[in-house]
Design a protein around this ligand. Sequence first.
Ligand code: C5P
Length: 239
Amino acid sequence: MAINAKDVIIACDFASAEDTLSFLDRFEDEKPFVKIGMELYYAAGPEIVREIKKRGHRIFLDLKLHDIPNTVKKTMKVLSALDVDMTNVHAAGTVEMMRAAKEGLTREDGSCPILIAVTQLTSTSEETMREQLLIGASINETIAHYAANARKAGLDGVVCSPLEASLVKEACGDDFVTVTPGIRFADSKADDQKRVTTPAMAREIGSDYIVVGRPITASPDPVAAYRRCVAEFVKRTEA
Ligand code: C5P
């Protein structure tokens, strides 16, 4: 499968392995791509990754590594052995750190999980960048520049808002993968997300993978909600 094949990734933001596995038990006919974040990984450890893999799901392990290159490289080697399908680092860790991450993640047979970078977290405003981080460039310039650094380091793409996906594609090319959270159905509430996009709109403006949490996990019928996402995001262009 091409690395930028369109797909829906469910953000499994549950506090325990039991809650996560009983949620996944509801999916009998499909094996969704799932995102495991820091909360669950630190609570349940690598065993939860092995268990979900064993059940046939693809996994985006969202640990956002940021440390000295040598530490990141060795940690990526451990994650690679866990057989995850996608993982990430902070682009702020530098090109050298991202190169080290890629090296550590690449297996002996040359295969490598999809490696993406976080540019600027959407929780960081331009004002915070300027006043606390002493970054004078605009958010958009920073995102485009960090994405270009990620490409230079040999990474496959970035996590960004769907509204930034076209900016990233312009800076890095169409084959550079965009993974985008902040997705809501047209008729559902935004929760704490500030700028949201529907699955169909995300596709139109350049997302390759959408990361969807509460619209699926908090739905009374998660399987139907997942299918709706797939219908709006994946199947749309195949029609
Ligand atoms: O429930 P919801 O659909 O808002 O979940 C979105 C997921 O994407 C969460 O796991 C959240 O931490 C993650 N995320 C995000 N915005 C970012 C980066 C990650 O919402 N900028």
